[in-house]
Design a binder for this molecule. Structure first.
Ligand code: MRU
Length: 362
């Protein structure tokens, strides 16, 4: 789409490669919903910062940004032979990987790019860089298919007119297209399902209020923003038929890390008999992490809690703050994990393996 015909923020790419200028292009999500600022990043430090500062955020989008970022780093590497190239590549990879710890898509994408390097030791450096370019584009393109499939499987779990609740932003802004938790909502909307959607505002960084409600509203869906402490009320009122959330890492036993507050939603959903579905691309399922206990939960700066988004202090100076960015939802609170290869149900230790078997056969 040309610059002139872009009418809404939804016409812009969340994350893309600008081939002409060799830059990672993102929408600065810290400026939404008030300003549409497109960033064109070429320096590794700026790409690292964009991930750390949540200018680009959401597990799949971070993975795509890292894939493009490491390709751009590889282009700049000056090396006489493979060994020197690989040493410098690894350094750049570790640097990007250190930007955020919980969303496994970051290291997943970087490892996938590293495999391209390792499988092509016999090629010249410029040939390897060309293959990295191809892989980064593929990772980005695949994300669209993956989210569409999650949308189709997710849609099979609900019916027209349903009330749906989501937490944080697992929307188009967190992926390349459709989102994960929002994919069933967008596909249902295409079919005229008339969902009523509740979007938790999602303290402390308000991804639900600033991003989810914004993108759903821009796309013409019926969305109501609620404070995080209201989700139990709307469920108790009988207004919610299903909860769809995204995730940052699913452990092998189905324990799931997602934005802080997700586990509270899950507990309320269990109490009120509302099924809670985790929408998870297989790139977010980490079979090498046995349970939620082993998931590294990122802790972020205290200012995010006490100054709120609009930088006005709300709590006393110097007060102690605990600010984990994610929490773990125990697998027994989860009704299903919706992936691009089908819906995994308990016991997850078995069903997640089955999902990966299907992926290998595909
Ligand atoms: O800190 P954020 O905004 O990156 O957290 C994002 C989430 O928790 C999302 O729900 C998750 O990454 C899934 S995005 C499809």
């Amino acid at each position: 789409m040309s610059e002139e015909t872009k009418k809404s923020i939804m016409d812009y790419d969340t994350v893309a490669l600008d081939e002409e200028n060799n830059a990672l292009v993102i929408i600065d999500q810290t400026q939404l919903p008030y300003h549409t600022e497109i960033l064109s990043l070429t320096k590794q430090k700026d790409i690292w910062n964009a991930i750390y500062l949540l200018q680009v955020r959401g597990a799949p989008a971070i993975g795509v940004a890292a894939a493009i970022g490491i390709y751009l780093a590889a282009r700049e590497i000056q090396a006489d032979g493979f060994d020197e190239f690989y040493t410098k590549f690894q350094k750049a990879k570790d640097y990007l990987d250190s930007a955020r710890p919980t969303a496994v898509n970051l290291s997943w994408a970087l490892k996938r790019m590293e495999q391209v390097v390792l499988k092509n030791k016999d090629k010249t450096v410029s040939e390897i860089v060309e293959l990295l370019h191809k892989e980064a584009i593929e990772i980005r393109e695949e994300d669209i298919w993956v989210c569409r499939m999650i949308g189709e499987y997710g849609l099979s779990l609900v019916k027209p007119g349903d009330g749906l609740l989501t937490h944080c932003n697992a929307g188009q802004l967190a992926t390349v297209k459709y989102g994960t938790a929002t994919a069933p909502m967008y596909l249902g909307h295409e079919k005229g399902y008339g969902f009523r959607i509740f979007s938790d505002e999602t303290r402390p960084l308000l991804q639900g209020a600033r991003l989810t409600s914004f993108e759903l509203k821009e796309s013409g869906l019926d969305v109501t923003v609620i404070c995080d402490n209201m989700s139990a009320t709307v469920m108790r009122n009988g207004w919610v038929d299903a909860v769809f959330v995204g995730c940052d890492r699913v452990a092998a036993n189905g324990d799931t890390a997602n934005k802080i507050g997700t586990s509270m939603v899950a507990l309320a959903a269990k109490r009120y008999g509302v099924p809670m579905y985790i929408c998870a691309p297989t790139s977010t399922i980490d079979m090498s992490t046995p349970t939620g206990k082993e998931i590294h939960i990122e802790e972020r700066p205290a200012e995010e809690v006490v100054e709120m988004w609009y930088k006005k202090r709300m709590a006393p100076e110097g007060v102690k703050v605990f600010n984990p960015a994610f929490d773990v939802t125990d697998n027994d609170l989860i009704a299903g994990i919706v992936t691009e290869y089908g819906i995994a149900k308990a016991p997850y230790t078995e069903s997640l393996k089955e999902i990966f078997r299907k992926k290998e056969e595909a």
